[in-house]
Design a protein around this ligand. Structure first.
Ligand SMILES: [Zn+2]
Length: 295
């Protein structure tokens, strides 16, 4: 078992080093953490366990795959009709969806994403959480901004997601979005506001790697693109190449480029997170926002 201590010194110097650490392209969270630790540029965020055997690197430790108890646990939560099991050697991607208010995802969104993944050797499974969350309760208890939902000690994610599900599935929260005129149906992100993105910080969706939130869309195609985009952020950043018509590029197609598919498949291990600090280490956030701030 290897322990790596990382430290963050505030809002100054570490940014440059992290950006540098990422200059040679996207990496998995673990390698980023290790390189950040090795560079000595960041100070204490917590303990990172570069641990559990994961022979195919899909983020799901072998021991949980082989455990009948774990299988039963997932089946008991999501039902056998949704959870079809995990297979050693297969690239699995579990999508644990939490619906807030009256939201839903249309079947075509789920089907498209499953088919796209299957065609690329990724076995994606949609796991709709059996219980719907009351919008008022969520608003009162946690708030509705991205931060309130996805990270922070008192976030929806921290309060509602079962700890044994956090490291095996990507959690996707579907919310109605705000009713504020001009930004209707969007979600507020402090981060985006600070970096001058979105409409005054209001965005359609947001991802911090192994967890994401989307605001419900009326148009099925738009929904598919948005949902796939946020899921793909598990391993991928935006691409400003106009030739990239996939969801990380222009978004014309509900697809990724060949090269992106490869990186996505390689990055499935990002599902596992034991740091609790994804937001600091989602490469895209550093890359796209902070490097821009530094320029
Ligand atoms: Zn994005």
């Amino acid at each position: 078992m290897k322990h790596v201590s990382l430290q963050v010194q505030g809002n100054g110097a570490p940014f440059t080093s992290i950006a540098d650490a990422m200059a040679d392209g996207p990496r998995t969270r673990r390698s980023l953490l290790l390189s950040a630790g090795a560079a000595g540029s960041v100070s204490i965020v917590g303990h990172v366990r570069a641990s559990a055997e994961d022979s195919d690197g899909d983020g799901i430790p072998d021991r949980t795959k082989r455990s009948a108890a774990f299988h039963r646990r997932l089946e008991s939560i999501f039902g056998a009709e949704q959870f079809s099991g995990l297979e050693v050697g297969r690239r699995d991607l579990l999508l644990d969806v939490r619906y807030v208010g009256e939201t839903q995802l249309v079947p075509s969104t789920k089907r498209t994403i499953v088919e796209q993944c299957r065609a690329r050797g990724i076995h994606a499974q949609w796991l709709d959480y059996p219980r719907r969350y009351d919008l008022e309760e969520v608003t009162e208890r946690y708030g509705t901004a991205v931060k309130d939902l996805l990270w922070g000690r008192r976030s929806f994610y921290a309060g509602e997601i079962e700890s044994d599900l956090k490291n095996v599935a990507l959690q996707l929260v579907v919310v109605p979005g705000v009713s504020k005129p001009g930004v209707e149906g969007r979600i507020y992100s402090h981060w985006m506001d600070t970096t001058g993105s979105g409409i005054d910080g209001y965005v359609n969706g947001f991802s911090v790697g192994n967890r994401a939130v989307v605001a419900e869309r009326d148009d099925p195609l738009e929904e598919a693109r948005l949902v796939f985009h946020e899921i793909a952020h598990l391993a991928l950043c935006h691409d400003d190449d106009p030739e990239n018509t996939g969801v990380m590029g222009t978004g014309d197609d509900v697809d990724l480029t060949d090269e992106e598919w490869e990186r996505f498949r390689d990055g499935l291990s990002n599902v596992r997170d034991r740091t609790g600090y994804d937001v600091l280490f989602r490469p895209c956030l550093w890359h796209e926002n902070l490097s821009a701030v530094l320029e």
